[in-house]
Write a new protein. Structure first.
Length: 554
């Protein structure tokens, strides 16, 4: 018993059984055939299925368009097995069952459904050797030699420098020469994972179909399968692909650009059945072509990524040079005071900033420490913007709360809500040691008195740029002889040890107390040494910046 599913070019699908008492089934469009199919491209007596001994065979009866078995044109009676597909022009016969027959030889590694063959690209590449069969005809030998020449040309092209677009167009050109489709497209994955057409070719004078369907993407790109669609009309998976069905496209072949690191895209070819129907040998050739191309596509992508990374590193280096230029190369000498500033970025560039600016002919100095949100290049750009916005109000002689208010309004107008800066600003009078200050959400600076007592300069307003009309209160204190001002960013106190605990304010205070009166360089070195020991030398998770001022003993 042989059971077939019949998918005619026109009409509904049906099943046909041939019993042991029947020896043959003649198929065609003539009324005297055993199986009559309404297909104008079919010959009157196109093919027959016959039984010889225990085997069932399919035989072409000299038809004009030929008979294909699993995509290969048959020249003599060929045995049938379960899951085989017989293509008769636009009609398809699928062998559902043969009593006592073994499953199709490729069933373990391929999927066949409704005239569609799906095979893993690795299996196809491993099995496609393109060997000329013994006794091959002159035409078969020419075809064999032509396909070998194609692969050699592609390999040769890969050995030379070539741009990605040129490579893709080369692949399409060679595929058209050998497989003669009506249209072909190359799709590559974009950075967001979507599939985009990057090259196409057509021989059609009318509007190009630009074949694409979610079904094809799913099978080929997501699963890494090469696909041979003998007839889209017989596969319900393409029933919703209106662009395909309305165009008349019926035969498709597609292969993924895949390597061990994943799939990068696919090449897809299509044709109408009266012009060209693809077979399994076409699938194998396209799979080999795609596999060779995938290696170079990956290499070109890696080279492009390396070039992009190099350019980014150069830009980051330039950003760091600009940022270093913003930081004071040398702090001013303040009569009766010692000052020191240090900045250690967690990345190549930093989001922290400090500055000391002379005002009123040296009778007053502005001490400024800021920490902008974020890290890296974006933070560095925001730092530069903050410095530029603050420069004018400071030079105009505005008080710390007035400077904070003006800079906050300007920064809020120029940046998105997530971008802001915490800052501490103090105006130090050199003769009296009086310090007028405002704290815009910054870590509270410390004043370690000569006695060892500690005063914290707490926040007096919200971070700068957070609100459009923020107000900042002014505060005053005095630096007496022997007192030390320690302004710092949170990268210091929030530095984490191996167990995840923070360095914390208490450790900072204790180190400052122990180092008081021994010079700011000694204090800064002691802080860095203890931080490195605490974090076990691990990379910085945040920028660290210090701004220190010590009033000398009178």
């Amino acid at each position: 018993m042989l059971t077939l599913r019949v998918d005619p070019a026109r009409g509904e699908s049906s099943e046909r059984r041939i019993g042991t008492d029947e020896e043959k089934l003649v198929i065609g469009r003539s009324s005297d055939c055993d199986l009559i199919l309404d297909d104008r491209y079919l010959s009157r007596r196109h093919a027959r299925i016959l039984r010889r001994g225990e085997a069932w065979l399919v035989e072409d009866l000299g038809s004009r368009n030929g008979t294909l078995l699993n995509g290969r044109r048959i020249e003599e009676p060929s045995p049938l097995t379960r899951h085989d597909i017989v293509q008769l022009s636009a009609s398809v016969l699928t062998v559902l069952d043969i009593d006592g027959a073994e499953p199709n030889r490729s069933a373990s590694s391929s999927s066949t459904r409704n005239g569609t063959i799906l095979r893993p690209i690795s299996d196809l590449v491993a099995s496609s050797e393109f060997e000329a069969a013994p006794g091959a005809t002159a035409g078969e030998l020419r075809r064999y030699a032509s396909r070998l020449r194609l692969l050699n040309e592609v390999h040769a092209a890969l050995s030379r420098p070539i741009e990605l677009q040129d490579l893709l167009e080369l692949i399409l050109d060679r595929a058209f020469e050998q497989l003669q489709p009506e249209e072909g497209s190359v799709f590559l994955k974009a950075p967001d994972g979507s599939l985009r057409r990057v090259a196409s070719k057509t021989t059609i004078d009318t509007d190009s179909v630009h074949l694409f369907s979610a079904t094809l993407e799913r099978e080929v790109v997501d699963k890494g399968l090469a696909a041979l669609v003998l007839d889209t009309a017989t596969d319900e998976r393409f029933g919703d692909a209106d662009s395909i069905m309305s165009s008349g496209v019926r035969s498709l072949v597609a292969a993924p650009f895949a390597d061990p690191d994943g799939c990068m895209g696919m090449i897809a070819l299509n044709s109408r059945l009266h012009r060209r129907q693809f077979g399994e040998d076409d699938l194998e050739l396209l799979a080999s072509l795609a596999s060779v191309a995938a290696l170079r596509i990956r290499n070109l992508a890696l080279a492009e990524e390396a070039a992009t990374r190099k350019k980014l590193e150069e830009e980051i280096h330039l950003a760091r040079q600009i940022q270093i230029a913003l930081l004071p190369r040398q702090l001013p000498e303040i009569p009766g005071f010692e000052v020191l500033g240090r900045n250690r970025p967690s990345h190549t560039v930093s989001g922290d900033f400090f500055e000391i600016i002379e005002r009123r002919d040296g009778r007053e100095y502005i001490l400024l420490l800021a920490d902008v949100s974020g890290k890296g290049v974006a933070a560095a750009l925001l730092t530069a913007s903050f410095e530029a916005l603050a420069a004018g109000p400071i030079e105009d002689g505005l008080t710390p709360p007035e400077v904070c208010r003006r800079v906050s309004a300007a920064l809020h107008k120029r940046t998105p809500p997530a971008k802001y800066a915490t800052a501490w600003m103090g105006a130090l009078e050199t003769e009296t040691g009086r310090l007028s200050w405002s704290n815009a959400g910054q870590m509270p600076p410390l004043i370690v008195r000569a006695s060892g007592d500690v005063e914290r300069l707490e926040a007096s307003g919200v971070p700068i740029g957070l609100l459009p009309d923020a107000e900042y209160a002014g505060r005053e204190t005095t630096l007496d002889p022997g007192d030390t001002l320690i302004a710092y960013t949170d990268g210091l106190t929030e530095a984490e040890g191996p167990a995840g605990e923070e360095f914390g304010l208490e450790r900072l205070v204790e180190i400052c107390r122990q180092a008081r009166g021994r010079g700011l360089m000694t204090l800064a070195d002691a802080l860095e040494r203890d931080l490195d020991l605490f974090t076990n030398g691990s990379a910085l998770s945040d920028d660290r910046t210090l701004l220190l001022a010590f009033r000398s003993q009178e």
